[in-house]
Design a protein around this ligand. Structure first.
Ligand SMILES: Cc1ncc(COP(=O)(O)O)c(C=O)c1O
Length: 491
């Protein structure tokens, strides 16, 4: 099998060479859109927007080009089997959770996971032991779990069906997984890792090791996020004997479209080929752009880069250098304001929080773009006269965030709780909500970890934790009362 092949893309080109006349879906017939400008704009992509024709294989029963492309991907990423996803990591997370447990089974899950894991738990009707993430003292951000908590949970719940982690977090902060994988395997259950932000992991000495290489059994990656696939292109990788692959394939075919997008599938194939044949070089070039940006920022007054260059910290052991976190060290501009100012100068950041703005580079980033970004920061620094202001020593963790309480009791997830109506809900002062089941999802910011899910019982410890955060002035995303003097609970 040659790594520089791209079987899906090549099969589409072979099909095009037949000068095909379409009597099949899609309705645009590869040629026509009614709007002339749109017609011109989408011309190329429509040529490969195909359906399951002879020679083009079938994602849900692959035995041709898609099978070959998935086999190449498995080789490339170090899996035994790889499944292409056209619904993002979201589809992979839903399929993974629903394939590893039955209704009422217990899973051990990192609390700050993506909502698609939570939705998977709801679909599965699982019971969950949540492990609290560590809080990074420098930024106040939630990172990964502690291995001691994993050990304790596994000991207390030997019947657990799997451990589910999200690694790295959105900011590129992660933990080393090898020890945790070994620990989980001594209990003969799988380690599932949502590695949505780490599709490029393991391909360069300056980038952390991948979850698969660290021993995870099932790994989900958004190939569109940190590699070059089209948006919604993602992969699910499996190794070992602990995952029922037949059931997994069945769940994927339940949860993914029966008309998967060939442009997305071909882009997954091509993204794999890029990293497979030229990964080290491409990542090195991208990292040069990051380095160029951080060097230029040394000259820009006011702004500080947090761990833009690798640094060890107590709450994370690995850091993705492509994720650059910047704050205004003078405390003049919030992260949101920096993002807004950058946008007005034509530079669009990934996201912001009250303090930081997150800039995502990749293997496709160029030095010229780094220069444009640094110039935008320079302009903002001048506009707000940041050079005339004092740098504050520590404005980040002003809230002195405490860790979320460890709650080693199972929480049941039930889809029927999602759509409950006003008739089932009552609003009460927070201190009266102990032992009630929350009717809302509560995400205090900082640190941005969901601490209550709909249906979860509010313990005394949790109520006190929420009160403490409210007193410190934290805001509660998703809550009807953002100050959380009151909370909605199930009657
Ligand atoms: C940790 C994590 N997992 C999963 C997802 C879902 O990924 P996708 O957008 O590919 O569906 C995201 C999206 O941001 C995410 O941050």
């Amino acid at each position: 099998m040659t790594y520089d092949k791209a079987p899906i893309f090549e099969s589409l080109l072979i099909h095009l060479n037949k000068a095909p006349v379409s009597f099949h879906v899609p309705g645009h017939k590869m040629e026509n859109m009614l709007d002339a400008r749109a017609n011109e704009f989408f011309k190329e992509i429509r040529q490969v927007d195909m359906t399951e024709l002879p020679g083009l294989d079938d994602l849900h029963a692959p035995n041709g080009a898609i099978k070959k492309a998935q086999e190449l991907a498995a080789k490339c990423f170090g899996a035994e089997e790889t499944y292409f996803l056209v619904g993002g990591s979201t589809a992979g997370n839903l399929a993974a959770v629903t394939a590893i447990c039955d209704r009422g089974d217990i899973l051990i899950v990192q609390r700050n996971v993506h909502k698609s894991i939570i939705h998977g738990l709801m679909l599965a009707g699982a019971k969950v032991i949540f492990l609290p993430p560590m809080i990074d003292p420098e930024t106040g951000l939630a990172t990964g779990v502690m291995s001691d908590h994993v050990k304790e949970a596994l000991k207390k719940y030997p019947q657990a069906k799997a451990l589910i982690l999200c690694n790295p977090n959105y900011y590129g902060m992660g933990i080393e997984l090898e020890r945790i994988a070994n620990e989980v395997h001594t209990h003969d259950i799988p380690l599932i890792v949502d590695e949505a932000h780490g599709a490029h992991y393991g391909f360069h000495p300056d980038i952390p090791a991948s979850a698969l290489r660290s021993g995870a059994d099932l790994v989900i990656q958004s190939t569109h996020k940190m590699l070059t696939a089209l948006t919604m292109g993602a992969m699910l990788h499996v190794q070992g004997r602990l995952i029922d692959r037949k059931l997994l394939a069945q769940r994927l075919s339940m949860l993914q479209s029966s008309s998967p997008s060939y442009p997305i599938l071909a882009s997954l194939d091509l993204a794999r080929r890029d990293i497979h044949t030229n990964g080290y070089h491409l990542l090195s070039e991208g990292l040069k752009a990051v380095e160029h940006f951080t060097d230029l920022m040394d000259e820009v007054e006011g702004f500080q880069i947090i761990a833009g260059k690798w640094s060890a910290s107590t709450a994370y052991q690995t850091k993705d250098r492509f994720k650059v976190l910047v704050k205004d060290g003078t405390g003049t501009l919030t992260g949101y304001r920096i993002l807004e100012e950058l946008s007005s100068l034509g530079c669009f950041a990934e996201m912001a929080d009250p303090i930081h703005v997150l800039l995502v580079f990749s293997l496709a980033s160029k030095k010229q773009e780094a220069e444009k970004l640094a110039a935008a920061f320079r302009q903002i620094s001048d506009n707000f006269a940041l050079n005339k202001k004092e740098l504050k020593l520590c404005i980040t963790n002003t809230y002195r965030i405490e860790a979320v309480p460890v709650l080693f009791s199972p929480i049941s997830f039930d889809l029927s709780l999602v759509g409950f109506t006003k008739d089932h809900v009552i609003t009460v002062p927070l201190h009266l909500a102990v032992n009630c089941r929350s009717a809302e999802m509560i995400i205090p910011y900082p640190p941005g970890i969901p601490v209550l899910y709909p249906g979860e019982t509010i313990s005394q410890d949790m109520m006190k934790y929420l009160q403490k955060l409210a007193n410190m002035g934290a805001k509660f995303q998703g809550a009807q009362d953002q100050a959380l003097a009151q909370i909605s609970v199930l009657k």
